[in-house]
Structures are given as structure tokens and as C-alpha cells.
Design a binder for this molecule. Structure first.
Ligand code: HEC
Ligand code: HEC
Ligand code: HEC
Ligand code: HEC
Ligand code: HEC
Ligand code: HEC
Ligand code: HEC
Ligand code: HEC
Ligand code: HEC
Length: 384
């Protein structure tokens, strides 16, 4: 689809969220109090979601677009030390780039990038045509490549991650301090997601983030470092038509950091890891970046949530406990579900891979759950 080639920038994503919220508020909300709440939510999401990203990305600007290679650093290595070798150099064709010969190569014939483009014309085209260009590549190909030979693959002056983080020191700090690592970084590959030269997508990404994330996460049998099975997102998204608004906005990075982080599941803000958790709003900072914690904080309300029996706030009742509060995952599937309100069909419970069914049924003024944590219980907002 053509339209998908446009990068979903945070501000664009917010617009998408905003639009989808208005649509939800206009079509699916059965009582007026919630429409007002939904629109208020829209305002919150709009102002808060991008702020959360900036706060947790921790990336400093690179100091320079030229690496300070000392004199001699680009000199040819002895053949025995080299892992990769440039064909024209191997051929002794020094005079393609130098004014002199192999004995006395002398100064270059012209500016470095122009030399490279003589043979790599596809790079000249790429560096001209693609909208997003990497500053150090525009300036000097030898920022990253030795034109002769190298101890690393693809003539790189350093191994890839070292190379990139020499300038991107913020990413280095992030990788060094991350307690939750991302398997996408294994094999030392920034280039799994970024084009080091130029790209059509913002942040030099090789594809839209959503497409990249879903591509790698679309197989069965992917596991986290603790051995827990990870979801096949292709299957999940295909089989569950009700997508959570930020997922519908194709904004996986609204909630996840791609490089590594300190929160469970690479989340940009904290969210409890277990089925039960003590309630503190800070433990749910992720959800409360976009939703108001007031829906869980007060025991009685007739406006703050639709999950209430008369004025009895059932979000408060289930979640707000000093020790074993149920976490949002007990009832909601945060990516995509079959039912409205991101209500899940079943939830993994315990360590043995058993799933607890919810059997949720929506009614005009409420809903019911059956044969789940408890036998049939219903709620009715109209109840006095
Ligand atoms: C593809 C182009 C290219 C080819 C072919 C090439 N060089 Fe170079 N060479 C360069 C560039 C670019 C530099 C860096 C010079 C600069 O930035 O001022 C360089 C620098 C050097 C230096 C100086 C290193 C330093 O920084 O002090 C030597 C010595 C050298 N080349 C030898 C050779 C020899 C010998 C050959 C042939 C066997 C050769 N080069 C072939 C592009 C090339
Ligand atoms: C005289 C022609 C010529 C010039 C000039 C030239 N290259 Fe190459 N380069 C080649 C050929 C031939 C190959 C091998 C075939 C290929 O990968 O396309 C190659 C391959 C490469 C590779 C991949 C090496 C690998 O091991 O996978 C890199 C990186 C590269 N060149 C960078 C440069 C840079 C940077 C410059 C400018 C400083 C440059 N080239 C200038 C001809 C040239
Ligand atoms: C910021 C570092 C960086 C700069 C600057 C850079 N490259 Fe590269 N280049 C890389 C990396 C990393 C790879 C390996 C990509 C991969 O693993 O897919 C690569 C791969 C290549 C290759 C071989 C693979 C391919 O895509 O054909 C060529 C040729 C190449 N670069 C040419 C250039 C030229 C020409 C320039 C200057 C316009 C340049 N590079 C500037 C980092 C850089
Ligand atoms: C020689 C220094 C240098 C090296 C090496 C380098 N970068 Fe960069 N990079 C920069 C500069 C300068 C910018 C432009 C920063 C800006 O405009 O804020 C940049 C921008 C970027 C951006 C876009 C950032 C944004 O906010 O739009 C990405 C992504 C990136 N680099 C990734 C990489 C990767 C991946 C590598 C390794 C293959 C790498 N860089 C190696 C200097 C470098
Ligand atoms: C190049 C492949 C690749 C890409 C692209 C990729 N992932 Fe991953 N991801 C993995 C692998 C492999 C694992 C399992 C190993 C691990 O957990 O570190 C993983 C694990 C994860 C985890 C669980 C981490 C944990 O330990 O709890 C999350 C969350 C995640 N990815 C989200 C994303 C998001 C969001 C994107 C898009 C920005 C993305 N991934 C893109 C390969 C990828
Ligand atoms: C799993 C895919 C993936 C891998 C692997 C990856 N990145 Fe990124 N990177 C992203 C995404 C997605 C963004 C845009 C994040 C956003 O918009 O919030 C990004 C953004 C960036 C930026 C811009 C600043 C920022 O944080 O927004 C830089 C610089 C960067 N990456 C460098 C790197 C370097 C260096 C590596 C290797 C050490 C690397 N990336 C590996 C996906 C990846
Ligand atoms: C609204 C926030 C949010 C968005 C947007 C989001 N996620 Fe998640 N993601 C979470 C939360 C919360 C968890 C932890 C779920 C749990 O443990 O109950 C999680 C867990 C994960 C995991 C690890 C657990 C598993 O089952 O595999 C992966 C992988 C993942 N997300 C990928 C993605 C991808 C890909 C996207 C975009 C399509 C995405 N996420 C969008 C919040 C989000
Ligand atoms: C990046 C912002 C963002 C984050 C983070 C976020 N949400 Fe949402 N969520 C939204 C938006 C926007 C909507 C649509 C609002 C609406 O329809 O009223 C929504 C809708 C929902 C709905 C369905 C409401 C309905 O009326 O259909 C549930 C349930 C929900 N979110 C739960 C969660 C949970 C649980 C978390 C934390 C794990 C979370 N959200 C994190 C933005 C977010
Ligand atoms: C015991 C099950 C359960 C738990 C636990 C739960 N929810 Fe809900 N939630 C529901 C039900 C059922 C609805 C649908 C209410 C309705 O009928 O309008 C709902 C609705 C919502 C909505 C839509 C607006 C509203 O309040 O009606 C949001 C947003 C939401 N939940 C977020 C969360 C978050 C965030 C958490 C964790 C802090 C959470 N929920 C925990 C069952 C639960």
C-alpha cells in the first residue's frame, strides 16, 4: 500500500490516535458520560504520549559528523591483518584514487565521496534521491570505511556497534546501562533496522517501525531470554480485529524502546510484570501516560469509568489493592483483541502455560464475566 510508506512520526501518530478516538467516541460509546471522558482522554494522550518518549529515549546528539581519524588510520593494513579488502586496492589500481602510483600514491585525485561515486554510482543516486540522509555519509565515506582494507567486514573502520556508538554516545550509554536487552541487537546489527547511508523513512529506518517490528515478531517459537514464548504478531493482529488505538496508529514505539531499556518488556514506562501486583499509580506509569489514573484511584464514581456497578468502581475493586491487585492484563489484551475495550478471551495464568478464560459478555449498560476467577458476575451502570 503506497500510503504506508510515509513514516508515522510521533505527531502524525497522535493525529491518527486523535482521529481514531473521536471515531470510537462517536460510534461505540453507549452513554454520554463516557464520551466526555473519551474526549478528555484524547487531550491527555495528545499532550502526554510524545513527552513520555523523549523522557525515556535518553539519546544525546552526536558530537560530530566527522570521526577524528588520526593521520595514518586509513592507511592500508598488512594483508595478513585484513578481514575484508577493496577490489581496486587488491588490484593495485591505486591511480583510480591517487595521483601517484603504488610506490608513491600521493594526494587524492578529487574529494573522497566523488572518488567513491565513480564506481559506486548507485550510492550517488541513493545519497541524492533519498529524503533522509546520514550526515557523516554525506560528508565523508571514509568516516566509516577504509578505502583499502580492514580488520572488519565491509571495510568498516570498527566493528559496527562500536563504529555507530563512537558518535552516538547516548545510544552507547543506553546499551551499557540497559537491564532489558533487545534480541534485535544480537549479531551486532544496527543495520537490521537502520540504513547507515540514507533512507526514505525518518531516523534512517529501513522500513516503518511497525513493519519492522511485526516482521521479526511474526514467527512462532521466538523466546525472551528467560525462555518465555513471545507472541506471533502477524497472527495476533490478523485474528484480533480490535486494535488498541496506538497499535492502530502503527506506533509500536509509543510504548516500546527499540534499543534496550530498564523496564519490563522494553516498555518506555513501568508496567507490572506479573498477574498480581501491589497498586501504586507509578507501577502503571505506562498506561497512565495516556489514560487517567483516576479510573482506578477512587472507590465510587459515576463518570470516571464505564467498568462500574452503579457507582461502585470495579476498576478500583480489582486493581487498587495493597498487595495482590489484578493487573490490567487480567482483563485487557493491550495490543489487539476480538472484543471491544481490549477485553481478552483468556489470560495466561501461572507458570504452566494454562490459560484462564474470561467469558466476557457486553450488555447495553455493562457486562458480565463467567466461569473465570469467579462464577457469573455482572455489572450494570444504571443500577442505583
Ligand atoms: C578507492 C580509492 C582508493 C584506492 C584504490 C587506493 N586508495 Fe589509498 N587512500 C584513499 C583515501 C580516500 C585515502 C585517505 C586520504 C585522505 O583522506 O586524505 C587514502 C590514503 C592512503 C594512504 C595514506 C594514509 C594516511 O592516512 O596517511 C596511503 C599510504 C595509501 N592510501 C596507499 C594506497 C595504495 C598503495 C594504493 C594502491 C595499492 C591505494 N592507496 C589505493 C583512497 C584510495
Ligand atoms: C575503481 C572502482 C572503485 C572505487 C573508486 C571505489 N570502489 Fe568500492 N568497490 C569496488 C568494487 C569493484 C567492489 C566489489 C564489488 C561490489 O561489492 O560491488 C567494491 C566494494 C566496496 C565495498 C564493500 C566491500 C565488502 O567487503 O563487502 C565498500 C564498503 C566500498 N566498496 C566502499 C567504497 C568507498 C568508501 C569508496 C570511496 C572511498 C569506494 N568504495 C570507491 C570498486 C570501487
Ligand atoms: C556511518 C557509517 C557509514 C558511512 C559514513 C558510510 N557507510 Fe557504507 N556501510 C556502512 C555499514 C555499517 C555497512 C554495512 C551495512 C549492512 O550490514 O547492511 C556499509 C556498507 C557499504 C557497502 C557495501 C554494501 C552495500 O550496501 O552495497 C558499500 C558499497 C558502501 N557501504 C559504500 C559507502 C559509500 C560510497 C559511502 C559514502 C557515500 C559510505 N558507504 C558511507 C556504514 C557507513
Ligand atoms: C562520524 C559520526 C557518526 C557515525 C560513525 C555514525 N553516526 Fe549516525 N549520525 C551522526 C550525525 C552527526 C547525525 C545527525 C544528527 C542530527 O541531525 O541530530 C546522525 C544521525 C543518525 C540517525 C538519525 C537520528 C535522528 O534523530 O534523525 C540515526 C538513526 C543514526 N545516525 C544511526 C547511525 C548508525 C546505525 C550508525 C552506524 C552504522 C551511525 N549512525 C554512525 C553521526 C554519526
Ligand atoms: C531484527 C529482528 C527484530 C526486530 C526488527 C524487532 N525485534 Fe523485538 N525481539 C527480537 C528477538 C530475537 C527477541 C527475543 C530475544 C529477546 O527478548 O531479547 C525480541 C524481543 C522483543 C521484546 C521482549 C523483550 C524482553 O526481553 O522482554 C519486545 C517487547 C520486543 N522485541 C519489541 C519489539 C519492537 C517494539 C520492535 C520494533 C521497534 C521490535 N521488537 C523489532 C527481534 C526483533
Ligand atoms: C529493532 C530495530 C532497531 C535496531 C536494531 C536499532 N535501532 Fe535505532 N532506532 C529504531 C527505531 C524504531 C528508532 C526510532 C525511535 C522513535 O521514533 O521513537 C530508532 C532511532 C535511533 C536513533 C535516533 C535517536 C532516537 O533514539 O530516537 C539513533 C541515533 C539510533 N536509532 C541509532 C541506533 C544504533 C547506533 C543502533 C545499533 C547499536 C541501532 N539504532 C539499532 C530501531 C532500531
Ligand atoms: C499501548 C502500549 C503498547 C503498544 C502500542 C505496543 N505494545 Fe507491545 N507490549 C505492551 C505491554 C504492556 C506489554 C506487556 C504485556 C503483558 O505482559 O501483559 C507488551 C509486550 C510486548 C511483547 C512481548 C510479549 C509478547 O507477548 O510477545 C512484544 C514482542 C511486543 N509487545 C511487541 C509489540 C509490537 C510489535 C507492537 C506494535 C505492533 C507493540 N508491541 C505495541 C504495550 C504496548
Ligand atoms: C500512547 C498512549 C496510550 C498508552 C500508553 C495506553 N493507551 Fe490505552 N488507549 C489509548 C487511546 C488513544 C485509546 C482510545 C481511547 C478511547 O477510545 O477512548 C485507548 C483505549 C484503551 C482501551 C479501550 C477503551 C475503549 O473505549 O475501547 C483500553 C482497555 C486501554 N486503552 C487500556 C490500556 C492499558 C491497559 C494500557 C497500559 C498497558 C494502555 N491502554 C496504554 C492510548 C494509550
Ligand atoms: C477485572 C477486569 C479488569 C481489569 C483488571 C482492568 N480492567 Fe479496564 N475495563 C474492564 C472492563 C470490563 C471494561 C469495559 C467497561 C464498560 O463496560 O464500559 C474496562 C474498560 C477500560 C477502559 C475504557 C474506559 C473505562 O474506564 O471504561 C480503559 C481505558 C481501561 N479499562 C483501562 C484499564 C487499565 C489501565 C487497567 C489496569 C490499571 C485496567 N483497565 C484493569 C475490565 C478490567
Amino acid at each position: 500500500m503506497k500510503a504506508q510508506r510515509i513514516f508515522v512520526s510521533p505527531s502524525f501518530a497522535v493525529v491518527v490516535l486523535f482521529v481514531s478516538m473521536v471515531v470510537v467516541a462517536a460510534t461505540a460509546v453507549p452513554y454520554s458520560a463516557q464520551s466526555a471522558e473519551a474526549i478528555q482522554l484524547a487531550a491527555t494522550a495528545k499532550t502526554k504520549a510524545p513527552a513520555a518518549k523523549t523522557a525515556s529515549t535518553e539519546v544525546a546528539k552526536p558530537v560530530s559528523d566527522i570521526l577524528a581519524f588520526k593521520d595514518g588510520a586509513l592507511a592500508p593494513l598488512r594483508e595478513s591483518e585484513a578481514v575484508s579488502e577493496h577490489s581496486p586496492f587488491a588490484d593495485g589500481a591505486c591511480d583510480f584514487c591517487h595521483k601517484g602510483n603504488a610506490k608513491n600514491p600521493g594526494p587524492l585525485l578529487k574529494a573522497v565521496n566523488l572518488l567513491c561515486y565513480d564506481c559506486h554510482s548507485e550510492f550517488e543516486e541513493m545519497m541524492t534521491r533519498r529524503a533522509v540522509k546520514h550526515a557523516p555519509a554525506t560528508k565523508l565515506c571514509t568516516n566509516c570505511h577504509n578505502p583499502h582494507n580492514s580488520r572488519n567486514k565491509q571495510l568498516l573502520v570498527y566493528e559496527q556497534v562500536t563504529l555507530c556508538t563512537t558518535c552516538h554516545t547516548g545510544i552507547k550509554t543506553l546499551l551499557d546501562t540497559a537491564t532489558v536487552k533487545h534480541g534485535a541487537m544480537d549479531g551486532a546489527k544496527c543495520s537490521s533496522c537502520h540504513n547507515p547511508h540514507a533512507s526514505a523513512v525518518e531516523k534512517l529506518l529501513i522500513q516503518l517501525p511497525f513493519d519492522m517490528c511485526v516482521k521479526c515478531h511474526s514467527r512462532d517459537g521466538l523466546q525472551d531470554p528467560a525462555g518465555a514464548k513471545l507472541t506471533n504478531f502477524k497472527t495476533l493482529l490478523e485474528n484480533n480485529p480490535v486494535w488498541h488505538a496506538p497499535v492502530a496508529g502503527k506506533d509500536c514505539t509509543a510504548c516500546h524502546t527499540p534499543h534496550g531499556g530498564r523496564n519490563f518488556r522494553l516498555l518506555v514506562e513501568p508496567y507490572p510484570a506479573k498477574f498480581y501486583s501491589a497498586y501504586e499509580p507509578e507501577n502503571y506509569a505506562l498506561c497512565f501516560t495516556c489514560h487517567s489514573s483516576s479510573m482506578v484511584d477512587v472507590p465510587q464514581t459515576t463518570t470516571l469509568t464505564g467498568f462500574r456497578d452503579g457507582p461502585v468502581n470495579l476498576h478500583y475493586l480489582h486493581v487498587n489493592k495493597s498487595d495482590r491487585g489484578r493487573t490490567c492484563r487480567a482483563c485487557h489484551e493491550v495490543h489487539a483483541s476480538k472484543q471491544a475495550f481490549q477485553i481478552r478471551d483468556s489470560v495466561p495464568f501461572g507458570d504452566k502455560g494454562w490459560s484462564l478464560k474470561l467469558n466476557f459478555k457486553k450488555t447495553t449498560n455493562g457486562g458480565s464475566c463467567d466461569k473465570t476467577c469467579h462464577s457469573m458476575k455482572d455489572y450494570d451502570r444504571a443500577k442505583k
